[in-house]
Design a protein around this ligand. Structure first.
Ligand code: NI
Ligand code: MN
Length: 223
């Protein structure tokens, strides 16, 4: 079964198996590189890696417009609940939630997590299983040795790796992370969106891994 992977820009993705569509970290409003507007998004599920504004993005508006189910850390879901979202599936690192398309598992991420001064729990990475496809979205994180273990356990087909430096790994550490995870394809994320992030990711050259740098708005069919 083909999976359509659409890069929304920054750390945002839309994954669709033809029946279900999952949106991850939809930071569209205020993202000058994004090609999609919140009203362009049709989905039934939304997953957030953590509470920072460049990841929560337009999730509340999109969730309400689509009556979508939201997946995220316990405290991220509390925040979404306070905004009037009712279909909530909270989790935390190590846990897995079955979904209409497969499952979402949460991993650790070394970062912080808050929204507008409110603590929003542990930042996470996401393992998405959709049909036969497994996607490891690292979230915002530094490198950690257990990326190798996560790669062994979940055998991801594609890993989305933050490489913009300063708040996450830069391209050199992202290269090492991609090699630890060992997914055959790596998509660089969280770079070039704003001035504090590097635009030069020429050092993101993991050995034995195909780098697929998707432009915002571009879709790729995985099969
Ligand atoms: Ni962040
Ligand atoms: Mn971020």
């Amino acid at each position: 079964m083909a999976i359509t992977i659409t890069f929304l820009g920054h750390s945002g993705f839309m994954l669709s198996d033809g029946s279900h569509t999952l949106v991850i970290d939809p930071f569209l409003s205020g993202n000058t590189l994004a090609k999609h507007k919140p009203e362009d998004i049709t989905c039934d599920c939304i997953a957030l890696t953590h509470g920072h504004a460049d990841h929560v993005g337009d999730a509340v508006e999109i969730a309400k417009a689509n009556d979508a189910t939201c997946y995220g850390a316990f405290e991220v879901c509390n925040y979404l609940g306070d905004q009037g979202i009712t279909k909530l599936e909270p989790g935390n690192p190590g846990g897995k939630i079955n979904t209409p398309f497969g499952y979402i598992a949460f991993t650790q991420a070394f970062h912080s997590s808050s929204y507008d001064g409110q603590y929003t729990g542990q930042p996470t990475g996401l393992i998405i299983r959709m049909g036969e496809f497994t996607f490891y979205h690292c979230g915002d994180t530094g490198i950690f040795g257990d990326m190798k273990l996560l790669g062994e356990i979940y055998q991801p087909d594609v890993a989305a790796i933050p490489v913009g430096d300063r708040f996450t790994m830069g391209p050199e550490l992202g290269k090492r992370a991609a090699e630890l995870i060992g997914a055959p394809v790596a998509i660089p994320i969280h770079y070039a969106t704003f001035d504090l992030l590097t635009s030069d990711i020429s050092a993101f050259t993991p050995e034995g891994v195909q780098v697929k740098a998707l432009q915002p708005g571009v879709s790729w069919n995985w099969s």
